[in-house]
Design a protein around this ligand. Structure first.
Ligand code: ZN
Ligand code: ZN
Ligand code: ZN
Ligand code: ZN
Length: 243
C-alpha cells in the first residue's frame, strides 16, 4: 500500500479518525480542517466527515520497525507506539561509542565491550553499593525478576557526589513504573541524605538529566580499600520498587 493514501495531503502527517473531506471528496486531517482545499476550484472547506476514510486509516496496519518487535499497529498509531516500544533501540552511554540496540542487547554490549560493573537486585529490597567519590562512574543495576536495566551514574557536584538512576528503555513506556529510593548514612551520627523519585526512562540513558538525584556531601565519604591509593568511596543504599 502506498502510505501517502493514509497521509494528510496538506501536512503529510498520518490521517487518523475523524478524517474530514471537502465537497469535492478531498481529505484532510483534523489539524488542517480550517485550511481551504487547494485542489478544488473554489477552495471549499473540509466540513464533512469521511467515515469511509476513517475505516481505511484504522485498517492500514504496519509492523513496528524495531528489531524483535512483532507488533502491528494502525499507521497513525506508529509514532506513539515507537516512543513506547520495549524494543526501541537505546544508545550506549559510554563516551564516543555510537552503539545502539534494544535494552537487552545493549546490556550485553556494556558488559562485554565496556566491562561495566553490574549489580543484580531484587525489587522492594534494600541493597548497598560503594561508588567512587567525586569522579564520574557508571554501573548497571539489573532487576531480579524482569532483567530490566537501570544505569546508575555518579559524578562530582562541587566537592559532593551526585548519584542518579535512569531506566534503560523508551521514554514513553507507561508500565511498569519504578520508584527509586537512595540514601547515604554517616556513622556514627546516623545523619542521612535521602532522595525518593520516580525513575526516568530514556533511550539515551547516558545523556538524560534524571528527574532528581542524591547529593552526598564529602563528610559521608569513606576511605577506599587499603592499597587503592587514597581513594574515597560513597556508601550508598538503594531500593527500587516496581509499581
Ligand atoms: Zn493535515
Ligand atoms: Zn477539495
Ligand atoms: Zn515496537
Ligand atoms: Zn558502547
Amino acid at each position: 500500500m502506498d502510505m501517502r493514501v493514509v497521509q494528510c495531503p496538506l501536512c503529510t502527517l498520518p490521517l487518523k479518525p475523524p478524517v474530514l473531506q471537502c465537497k469535492g471528496g478531498h481529505v484532510a486531517c483534523g489539524g488542517c480542517l480550517a485550511e481551504p482545499c487547494r485542489r478544488c476550484e473554489h477552495g471549499g472547506g473540509f466540513d464533512v466527515r469521511s467515515t469511509a476514510m476513517d475505516a481505511v486509516v484504522s485498517a492500514a496496519r504496519v509492523q513496528c520497525p524495531h528489531d524483535g518487535c512483532l507488533t502491528y499497529v494502525a499507521y497513525h498509531e506508529l509514532g506513539d507506539h515507537r516512543s513506547a516500544c520495549g524494543h526501541a533501540p537505546c544508545s550506549c552511554p559510554e563516551l564516543g561509542c555510537s552503539f545502539a540496540a534494544p535494552p537487552r542487547v545493549l546490556l550485553v554490549h556494556l558488559f562485554v565491550r565496556h566491562s561495566m560493573p553490574a549489580h543484580k537486585f531484587q525489587y522492594g529490597e534494600d541493597f548497598r553499593l560503594l561508588v567512587p567519590a567525586s569522579e564520574p562512574s557508571r554501573r548497571l543495576l539489573i532487576g531480579g525478576d524482569d532483567g530490566r536495566a537501570f544505569l546508575l551514574s555518579a559524578g562530582a557536584l562541587g566537592a559532593a557526589t551526585a548519584v542518579s538512576v535512569v531506566c534503560v528503555r523508551a521514554s514513553a513506556v507507561l508500565r511498569p513504573q519504578y520508584l527509586c529510593k537512595m540514601w547515604s548514612i554517616m556513622p556514627p551520627s546516623q545523619d542521612l541524605v535521602v532522595v525518593k523519585t520516580k525513575v526516568t526512562s530514556s533511550t539515551s540513558p547516558g545523556a538524560v538529566a534524571a528527574a532528581s538525584f542524591l547529593t552526598v556531601p564529602p563528610r559521608y565519604y569513606r576511605v577506599g580499600a587499603a592499597g587503592v591509593s587514597n581513594s574515597k568511596l560513597v556508601p550508598l543504599n538503594v531500593r527500587i520498587d516496581k509499581i
